[in-house]
Design a protein around this ligand. Sequence first.
Ligand code: SF4
Length: 263
Amino acid sequence: MNDGEINSGVAYPAPSGSSFHASEDRAPAVTPDTLGGLRARHGHRDGAELIAALREEFGDRFGVISSFGIESAVLLDLVASVDKAIPVIFLDTNELYDETHAYKAQLEAHLGLTNIRQILPSDAELTEAEELWRSDTDRCCHLRKVLPLQRAAQGFSVLADGRKRFHGANRATLSTFERGSMDIIKVSPLARWSEDEIRQHFESRGLPAHPLAAQGFRSVGCWPCSRAALPGEGPRDGRWAGKAKAECGIHELVDAAHMSSEL
Ligand code: SF4
């Protein structure tokens, strides 16, 4: 296990090296009004401006989820531009491509991120999940992603991710703010960014590409369930190709009523 890896639900280390020193009274608990309040205060923001506002408001109760996939460098670059010590949760399913681990190390060094938390499933979850992707992908994702994230998310009020509307399917109507499971607010600072804006940010910032991008991958997750995109396919058609499944479950909402006031 590498430094920073976390297994079996062991509590993660306290953030260190942060330029932000949050106090408890600056980390309000999530209430039914939190989502509406966030939309009212920050609904006009996105990108780095939104990340900075959430860091200021929630301190270390604000974190980011990253797969270190094909587009991840953009969100992580914006995070680093705000504060390199913002917690970044990296779900290591134990079935990721070697190229993703190499890219994670490359981006960590390139961007100077200091608080990446590499989260692994527990030994029991790995035992049950072994080759489960062949027969039950939903259960496999639950064991390798959802349950580890539930443990890793303890202590957070707001988690940001890199989903965008141009990914299509059920992301086409993605809200910037959503109420996720565990009473955590999910924020997608790039929800309204176009694919062209993502490409332009890569170029203008000189960000390194994921090694599998050169092989045609437009989205990358676990090796058994992701492949390069075929001509004419959408950004995520290479994920669980041939199956009805489109999401792993970590972005599941529990309170759809709060999605009605879209921003
Ligand atoms: S993406 Fe595939 S291998 Fe990875 S957790 Fe989900 S079903 Fe399992």
